[in-house]
Design a protein around this ligand. Structure first.
Ligand code: HEC
Length: 247
């Protein structure tokens, strides 16, 4: 005998879909659900995160927003992560304010980016319960003290920008000293420097996708004593070229 509780999944799905119900007494069940809802409301029962919210998020969202995968830079097993939001920069939940909670917006049938992307979508009852939970302050045992700023993530885009001191080295460009340091750790050595013509050819192919013309080569070879300056000039010329980045 099923109980008339909104958390009973069989009853939940009935009252989410109103069309052509297979059961004759679905209207009664629906009414009973509504009564169950309002009674629990009237008595001031708060939505229980552990029993009602966490299983819902786990079933429908953790696959892409959990410990392993964090699509859009957000995981739903941390209150602080929800308060802060993901790559859109909008808080997924604003405790006490469902209208500002992006999480509810993406669950709505009107949303262009409705979640989960391939369904199955949450029932209206589930969405209503999430809304109530947010209105009540998004209670979450053990995590109420964590603020949005306490979010930690390994994702490169969420790391704080730090100035790095280049490792000691003797190259012209300090960026090369990072490469040298890694090569050394890996027990590798730099390849010998390519001859100037090969360098120019690589440069042209990388920046414009075309090999240098005979005139380009000639100009380069005319400066044998100043090959570094000629190379730098070629870089500038190619970056200025309308063919740079062309497809
Ligand atoms: C199959 C993978 C998948 C599942 C399951 C999924 N999502 Fe997403 N979610 C995504 C992807 C991908 C994006 C980024 C969408 C974009 O950039 O257009 C996203 C973005 C979001 C965002 C925007 C985050 C931001 O950047 O601020 C929210 C909120 C969100 N999802 C909520 C949910 C909720 C709630 C569920 C569960 C009901 C869910 N998602 C289930 C893949 C998923």
């Amino acid at each position: 005998m099923p109980t008339f509780s909104p958390s009973n999944p069989r009853l939940r799905s009935h009252h989410a879909y109103f069309s052509a119900p297979p059961l004759r007494n679905v209207g009664v069940v629906f009414a009973a659900c509504l009564v169950a809802f309002s009674i629990s409301h009237a008595h001031g029962d708060l939505v229980d995160y552990q029993k009602q919210i966490q299983p819902l998020l786990q079933q429908h969202c953790y696959k892409c927003h959990g410990l392993e995968t964090q699509e859009s830079g957000i995981r739903f097993d941390r209150r602080s992560a929800l308060l802060r939001g993901g790559d859109t920069g909008q808080p997924a939940i604003v405790a006490g304010d469902p209208t500002k909670s992006h999480l509810l917006a993406v669950l709505s049938p009107e949303s262009e980016a409705r979640m989960p992307p391939d369904g199955p979508y949450l029932t209206l009852a589930d969405i209503r319960m999430l809304k109530r939970w947010i209105s009540e302050g998004a209670n979450w045992p053990d995590q109420m003290h964590l603020k949005a700023s306490d979010v930690t993530s390994d994702h490169w885009s969420l790391q704080q920008i730090k100035r790095k001191i280049p490792p000691a080295g003797t190259t012209v460009n300090p960026i090369d000293t990072f490469i040298d340091a890694q090569l050394e750790t890996a027990g590798l050595q730099r390849s010998d420097r390519a001859d100037p013509i090969t360098q120019l050819r690589r440069l042209h192919l990388v920046l414009t996708g075309l090999p240098p013309t005979p005139q380009d080569l000639q100009r380069f070879q005319d400066n044998p004593g100043k090959i570094d300056a000629a190379y730098a000039a070629a870089v500038e010329r190619l970056l200025d070229s309308p063919h740079y980045g062309e497809r």
